[in-house]
Design a protein around this ligand. Structure first.
Ligand code: ZN
Length: 200
């Protein structure tokens, strides 16, 4: 019975798709205990809404969208507790040329050594990024990814596609220039003359 088989198959695929979507859209826990997670070799994944990244939002055109975050806790070959992972998502930036909004796709690797104190961080080789988790052993996951996201933003945001990116600043400048040109014609010259006429 090909027709019913086809129907059953479509239903299964739909259900599978729904459950995958539910897994992917689960929020990443806001606070985690990174040291315990590292000792247990645990992995976490979930989404972080762009709007939850308050510091990052200052640099964005809008805080729409979300980041997909994967975190893997464990120990490296030197038995140090480490956190590796990946952050992916799209941010909306304001083009500094045309002042229009455009999307920038980010895909960042994460990699830090988890340490108890600044003193312990000082003992690490220079090329290693340390994250001081302190005595409370609580890590704010959004803070952690936000630093990397802010550093990944371009210094000056510009549309990737130059066609259709009309420089708004130059248009403004040329308007101001023509205003200055009008000024050189001394529009108040008549006023000055009439003042002189009253005084005389
Ligand atoms: Zn532009």
């Amino acid at each position: 019975m090909p027709a019913s088989y086809k129907g059953y198959s479509a239903l299964t695929r739909g259900a599978a798709r729904r459950s995958i979507h539910r897994l992917m859209s689960e929020r990443l826990p806001v606070h985690v205990d990174p040291l315990t997670l590292a000792d247990r070799g645990r992995a976490l994944s979930g989404v972080v809404p762009v709007s939850a990244c308050r510091r990052l939002s200052h640099w964005l055109d809008s805080d729409d969208g979300e980041f997909a975050v994967e975190l893997q806790f464990g120990r490296d070959e030197s038995r140090r507790r480490v956190l590796t992972g990946r952050v992916r998502g799209r941010v909306m930036l304001t083009c500094q040329r045309c002042l229009g909004a455009f999307g920038l796709d980010l895909d960042l690797p994460l990699g830090v050594v988890l340490v108890d104190s600044e003193a312990e961080a000082e003992t690490l080789p220079e090329e290693v990024d340390a994250l001081v988790v302190g005595d409370t052993a609580t890590m704010h996951t959004v803070d952690m990814i936000e630093d990397d996201l802010i550093l990944a933003l371009p210094l000056i945001a510009k549309c990737p596609d130059a066609s259709g990116c009309t420089p708004a600043v130059e248009v403004f400048d040329s308007e101001r220039m023509s205003g200055q040109d009008a000024g050189t014609q001394r529009p108040f010259a008549d006023l000055d003359d009439s003042d002189d006429a009253d005084n005389s």
